[in-house]
Ligand binder design. Structure first.
Ligand code: KIV
Length: 271
């Protein structure tokens, strides 16, 4: 028996069962082979190639500029590093909103060329036909509600969403609709904890929260944020597990000193 066949791969069905068994689901982003390997080895259940790649990999202010080709490239890199986790890839802005045929085409490319196990798209009722079309083609879809960063120019701010009744009720209705359409999970971003709890209890598919409190069925964070690579980004919901920015800049400045002083390389480090 090969080593690979001993690893029990996480599937959308595994996530559904985890919700049923009240076992929390863990998800982190990754955008490259080496990080994906570490994140998978750390034991997360799912790896998301988020369009946050536009921010943390490419330095854009919003997620809007990243293209489908670029997301496919990141996904290919991640897939090569993953043995166990369910790999979910974002469809970027403009690749699924205009019509269901285009949405299916984008999702098929992400699965076929990227090698993703599932795709994630932002929105509820507005993109109902696109979700239906993708799910009917046999592609697992993860929804994304609440603060949906692809709509940032409509929102005007990254503040908490659905604090008002009307938006909260729409979010609950959208959760139920996404479940009905066959989505296997829903990311809930930056909404009040009480609303996320209500949403999680109102559907049988898992909710995965980011800034949505502890009653979601799982949690997701952006890898660069949780390992402390982003000094300038400190939302209340973020827990930093490392201070990699300080560690890495410290290591780099030590390397610079060592080279300048001819301490590196020494004899043992030479042939
Ligand atoms: O793009 C992303 O990283 C995301 C997560 C924040 C959920 O959508």
């Amino acid at each position: 028996m090969s080593v690979h066949s001993e690893i029990k791969k996480i599937t959308t069905e595994t996530l559904r069962k985890m919700k049923f068994d009240k076992e929390k689901i863990t998800m982190l982003t990754a955008y490259d082979f080496t990080t994906a390997k570490m994140v998978d080895a750390g034991g997360v259940d799912s790896i998301l190639i988020g369009d946050s790649a536009a921010n943390v990999m490419a330095g854009f202010e919003t997620t809007l500029p990243i293209t489908l080709d670029q997301m496919i490239y990141h996904t290919q890199c991640v897939v090569r590093g993953v043995e166990r986790a369910l790999v979910v890839a974002d469809l970027p802005f403009g690749t699924y909103q205009s019509n269901p045929e285009k949405a299916l085409e984008s999702a098929v490319r992400m699965m076929k060329e990227g090698g993703a196990h599932a795709i994630k798209i932002e929105g509820g009722k507005e993109i109902e036909d696109s979700i239906r079309k993708i799910v009917n083609a046999g592609i697992p879809v993860c929804g994304h509600l609440g603060l949906t960063p692809q709509s940032i120019y409509q929102f005007g701010t990254y503040k908490v969403r659905a604090k008002e009744d009307a938006e909260a009720e729409k979010l609950i209705a959208d959760c139920k609709l996404l479940e009905e359409l066959g989505c296997f999970a829903i990311v809930l971003e930056k909404i009040p904890a009480a609303l996320a709890k209500r949403a999680s209890e109102s559907i049988s598919i898992p909710t995965i929260g980011i800034g949505a409190g502890q009653d979601c069925d799982g949690q997701v964070l952006v890898y660069h944020d949780m390992v402390g690579m982003n000094q300038g980004f400190s939302p209340k919901f973020l827990r930093r597990y490392l201070d990699l920015y300080t560690e890495v800049t410290g290591a780099v400045s030590q390397y610079v000193k060592d080279v300048k002083s001819s301490d590196f390389p020494n004899e043992k480090e030479s042939y």
